[in-house]
Design a protein around this ligand. Structure first.
Ligand code: GLA
Length: 361
């Protein structure tokens, strides 16, 4: 057992939004932006954590970690140790220092990156030899049970299982994955990530409410999940549940169409499906916001082939598929639209499908 450094990336989701907790399909890819942790085992059963992005040090006994404890950002790394131990794995104390991080609050899954870097560190330092799918499951459990956020498993799967030059097709019904070649630059395109730099406070409660609505719709229809249903199957649902379920059903179908196009080497043709995904998230699922809608509309006006919000919504980032020779025009159009609307200046970057989590040293 020696100390070392581990890194795990942020992600954007190309398509398949708000379906990972509904047995659906998602297609995220890993970003080059990553969270780096230095970790060192301890033999006294304590967990300590500090971060260059936060003040103070968290220091507690492993036995004190549990639902709601520790509060705040350290719940993510501590929760991973708790989840591994709860699954019966012999994990002891750990010192964790976060030295670099995926942009926080941008909807790029900085929390999953932190969890996954710590999971990989614990796996290496304590010689667990767990498959990455098991590490991802521990990270999800940390988030659901220790932090108390009822998120699905897309972000952790992306951080641990994504590979460079690919998007990760994740089937959340059975947990299976497939690497789908995704090389926008080879097609003269780029994925532009537009961080609106807003985070609406209703996000957490609304996320849980959407998840509950989808589960209620499945229960009302007498099925374990909405996977495999058509829009016609939803007609008897109550008016409040119908649009939520319609988003899930149509979004899962769109993922299938996008994957078929990528497999056929027809990347530019996915644009309209990105647009349709955004409209569905905005109108049926009601998880967009003015800034995201503007980012998407302005990106298209500037020449994007398609654009959509990515991640949980209510702020965070949008993605746009942009011909390389339109990158400047799209960037300018989005910036001008935000300035005219009086919104904060967005942060705009291109995203390359990058490698998943790994040990650095
Ligand atoms: C957040 C959650 C994910 C997923 C997305 C929406 O990023 O962490 O599990 O549900 O929202 O697709």
């Amino acid at each position: 057992m020696t100390a070392g450094r581990w890194a795990a990336p942020g992600r954007v989701n190309l398509i398949g939004e708000h379906v990972d907790y509904a047995g659906g399909l998602c297609l995220p890819f890993a970003l080059a932006e990553r969270t780096v942790v230095e970790a060192r085992p301890r033999d006294d059963g304590r967990f300590t954590a500090r971060s260059t992005a936060e003040t103070g040090t968290v220091d507690l006994a492993l036995d004190e970690i549990g639902p709601g404890a520790p509060a705040g950002w350290a719940g993510y790394p501590a929760g991973v140790l708790w989840a591994l131990r709860a699954a019966g794995h012999p994990v002891g104390g750990l010192d964790v220092v976060v030295t670099d991080t995926v942009p926080l609050g941008a909807g790029l899954s900085s929390s999953a990156a932190l969890e996954c870097a710590v999971a990989l560190a614990a796996d290496d330092l304590y010689g667990l030899g767990l498959p990455r799918t098991a590490l991802a499951a521990a990270c999800v459990r940390a988030e659901n049970e220790v932090v108390g956020a009822q998120t699905g498993g897309m972000d952790q799967a992306a951080a641990l299982l994504a590979t460079a030059g690919h998007a990760l097709l994740l089937d959340t019904r059975d947990g299976s994955t497939r690497q789908v070649p995704f090389a926008p630059a080879d097609a003269g395109l780029a994925v532009l990530v537009i961080d609106t730099r807003v985070r609406h406070h209703l996000a957490d409660g609304q996320y849980g409410a959407r998840r509950a609505a989808v589960e209620k719709a499945a229960a009302a229809l007498g099925v374990p999940s909405l996977r495999g249903l058509d829009v016609a199957d939803l007609r008897d649902l109550d008016a409040d549940l119908l649009p939520r379920a319609r988003h899930v059903v149509t979004e899962i179908a769109r993922v299938g169409e996008v994957v078929a196009l990528l497999d056929a080497g027809r990347l530019p043709a996915i644009g309209p499906l990105l647009d349709a995904s955004h409209a569905s998230l905005r109108d049926d699922y009601a998880v967009s916001c003015a800034e995201l809608d503007l980012a998407v509309a302005a990106a298209r006006e500037g020449g994007a082939l398609g654009a959509r919000m990515t991640g949980g919504g209510f702020g965070g980032s949008a993605v746009a598929l942009v011909p390389l020779d339109r990158l400047d025009a799209v960037t300018r159009t989005v910036r001008a639209a935000f300035a005219a609307a009086g919104h904060r200046e967005p942060t705009i970057r291109t995203a390359e499908p990058s490698e998943g989590a790994r040990r650095l040293s």
